[in-house]
Unconditional design. Sequence first.
Lengths: 72, 214
Amino acid sequence: VTPGEYVAAAYGIVLIVVLAYVAIIAAKLARLQRQLSELVELAKRRPPRVEVEAARESLRARLPDRPGAGLC
Amino acid sequence: VAAGLLGLGVFLAFFVAPEAAVEGVRQRIFYIHVPIALTSYFCFGLGAWKALQLLWRGDERYDLESYVAIHQGTIFGSLTLLTGSIWAKTSWGHWWSWGSNQLVLFLVLFLFYCAYFMLRFSLEEGPRRARSSAVYALFGVVLIPISFLAIRLANDLVHPTVFTREGPQMTASMFLAFCVCWAAVTLLAYVLYRVELLGKRIDADLRELREVLS
């Protein structure tokens, strides 16, 4: 092996390691993107907070009609 | 910008800087090996500094910053050992020399910070792990100046000394190529540090969000 080939190997290793590191980071960011999309879907499927509050109000309005409801 | 600067540095190293009189073409490894080694020292130092801030201020965000800096340091440390071994093989005829204090102390520093990950991942996530990791990272910082100065203190004859009290022992174009490569590698390390840190923070935020939604 000539000295020139050793020099090329040294620079090549640096390039390969840096590229591999960037690829790992890119794969991780892609995974995070997927997880974020899943969470957005999950959040969309949940009923909006306003609807939940309205349902609670409606339930509270009906509670006095039930026997013993005012005690708790 | 980092990739462009690195390309410029490699161009200067191969086509502008003259060939060294004694070492010949193999001296060109210097332009990538030394900046990477200095960057790994810097990353380990940064990790220790963030660890000190964690212990001092108690802010948990420094734990992640310290971890990412040390992670970067080990990556650049591995590259230092790899490029150094290639240079050793072509210059001295063997891949490693146990007689060189600079090499052995760098290996000790590298292995010390490799053990940081073993410690960190053996503990449960939380303030205890953050504090233990920070104390360990701080201990390692002592090895950085020792490793850096070993070559000068021990009159090492195997590993060459380029930067002396009289200044850099190289021509102006060689020094320019070295400075550009050093700036490029430092910038590359900074970019990778920011990207990895951002990824880790998003990951933590997503985990928290998942817990809230589930």
